[in-house]
Design a binder for this molecule. Structure first.
Ligand code: SAH
Ligand code: SF4
Length: 365
């Protein structure tokens, strides 16, 4: 293998075709070669060009001079007592990201990262305290799914698909890495490959308003909004991107999201922070704020991390909050905390070995 080999993962089927063509490996009439390769990579999970046996031995040899299919390395694998798995993945440049698999009775959800760290510094989120941040490539995003499938023996020979849903709820703000996340989502949804329809993919965002509508028009997957506050003052403080895209604009973007216009529900995520955003008045304001939007409200018990500045609301307060939202006609499930013993729960992902004290970061806000 040489460094010059292009990784086939992350290219669209047409890009594979064009690339094979430009390297004089096939002719214009051999579009089906790209299809065959695609099938091997995304249907069978094959990582060796030499084993793509529907292609002649000779051509395989030629292709492997130019191309590779490589998985990133697993630095650590942790299994929670509740069955949740977390993989610490080492990227080619040495950066680390985390991917989490959450098995449930009726589905298996893979929580995928979109960036190394996150620039947004939401006050309750561990990922936001990570100093080093960069966007993941399409290949790095897709590889999290391919690698998890390898680990779970979840390629077509397995009896039942273990990973049935994808959520972009790992490290990073996916809409700040719009192009690569979009390419990855479209490849995940491809009917000849991974076959995860956009109904099974959820993009979670802290509210990057202009890109929400672009995403709706170009991908239209399920959408989750990290709301967490019902007034601009509090949201400016705990989700600082609100200063740029205030609640009025965010709510308008949700109203205009194509799925919502078709009466399909948007999920609003609301982290329960004791004494901060969990009052009865907050619950009532929340219901008013989202009036008219087909919605589900996911109440997330705050997951603590070292030196985190908040506490989780009491269970009886969460119940009171949830009852108000429920009585207003919205489903308001309290998200079951999964994988907390391995720091795999929402907001607990942080891969950097550089520990940054929250107090230091705060000064930069
Ligand atoms: N950056 C994106 C997606 C990743 S976070 C976003 O913010 O939407 C996935 C969800 O976990 C978000 O709703 C986020 O606000 C929430 N979260 C972050 N830290 C948390 C914590 N410590 N406890 C519970 N939920 C948290
Ligand atoms: Fe980034 Fe989301 Fe964490 Fe905010 S909650 S810091 S947007 S990962």
């Amino acid at each position: 293998m040489t460094d010059k080999q292009t990784d086939l993962v992350g290219l669209t089927q047409d890009e594979i075709f064009q690339s094979l063509l430009s390297n004089n490996l096939i002719t214009e009439k051999e579009k089906f070669r790209a299809k065959q390769i695609w099938h091997w990579i995304y249907h069978h999970g094959e990582t060796s060009v030499h084993k793509m046996t529907t292609i002649s031995n000779e051509l395989r040899k030629e292709i492997s001079k130019f191309y590779k299919v490589e998985r990133p390395l697993i630095k650590e694998h942790q299994l929670s007592k509740d069955g949740t798995r977390k993989w610490l993945i080492k990227l080619e440049d040495g950066n680390l990201i985390e991917t989490v698999f959450i098995p449930e009775e009726s589905r298996g959800t893979l929580c995928v990262s979109s960036q190394v760290g996150c620039t947004l510094n939401c006050k309750f989120c561990f990922t936001g305290t990570q100093k080093l941040v960069r966007n993941l490539s399409t290949q790095e995003i897709l590889s999290q799914l391919l690698l998890a499938r390898d680990q779970l023996s979840d390629w077509p020979n397995s009896n039942q698909r273990k990973i049935s849903n994808i959520v972009f709820m790992g490290m990073g703000e996916p809409l700040y890495n719009y192009d690569n996340v979009k390419r990855a989502a479209l490849i995940m949804g491809d009917k000849e490959g991974l076959k995860l329809s956009t109904k099974r993919i959820t993009l979670s965002t802290s509210g990057i308003v202009p890109q929400i509508l672009d995403w709706g028009n170009e991908v239209d997957s399920r959408l989750a909004i990290s709301l967490h506050a019902t007034n601009d003052n509090l949201r400016n403080d705990i989700v600082p991107i609100n200063k740029k895209y205030p609640l009025k604009d965010l709510i308008k973007a949700c109203q205009d999201y194509p799925r919502a216009k078709n009466s399909k529900r948007i999920t609003f995520e609301y982290v329960m922070l004791k004494g901060v955003n969990d009052s009865i008045a907050d619950a009532k304001k929340l219901v008013k704020l989202i009036a008219g939007i087909p919605a589900k409200i996911n109440l997330i018990p705050f997951n603590p991390w070292p030196e985190s500045p908040y506490e989780c609301s009491n269970p009886d307060q969460i119940k009171k909050f949830s009852d108000i939202v429920n009585n207003a006609g919205y489903a308001s499930p309290v998200r079951k905390t999964r994988g907390q013993d391995i720091m795999a729960a929402c907001g607990q992902l942080k891969s950097s070995s550089v520990k940054v004290r929250k107090s230091i970061l705060r000064k930069g806000l």
